[in-house]
Design a protein. Structure first.
Length: 58
């Protein structure tokens, strides 16, 4: 269970950094498609994209 918790912790951090970087490309049409593809491929990504949280907050 601990390894799953750590994986989710790191996934949240990675997604937070990705969201931060996306701001630079918000007007590019490919970004919306990429985000949609990521959300379709991963339920966790979809959940975290809708409700972003800091990985450092439980």
């Amino acid at each position: 269970m601990r390894s799953l918790q750590m994986w989710e912790f790191h996934a949240k951090g990675l997604l937070a950094r990705f969201r931060s970087t996306c701001g630079r490309y918000v007007e590019n049409p490919w970004l919306g498609q990429l985000i949609d593809d990521l959300k379709m491929q991963s339920t966790l990504c979809g959940k975290l994209w809708i409700t972003p949280t800091s990985p450092y907050i439980n």
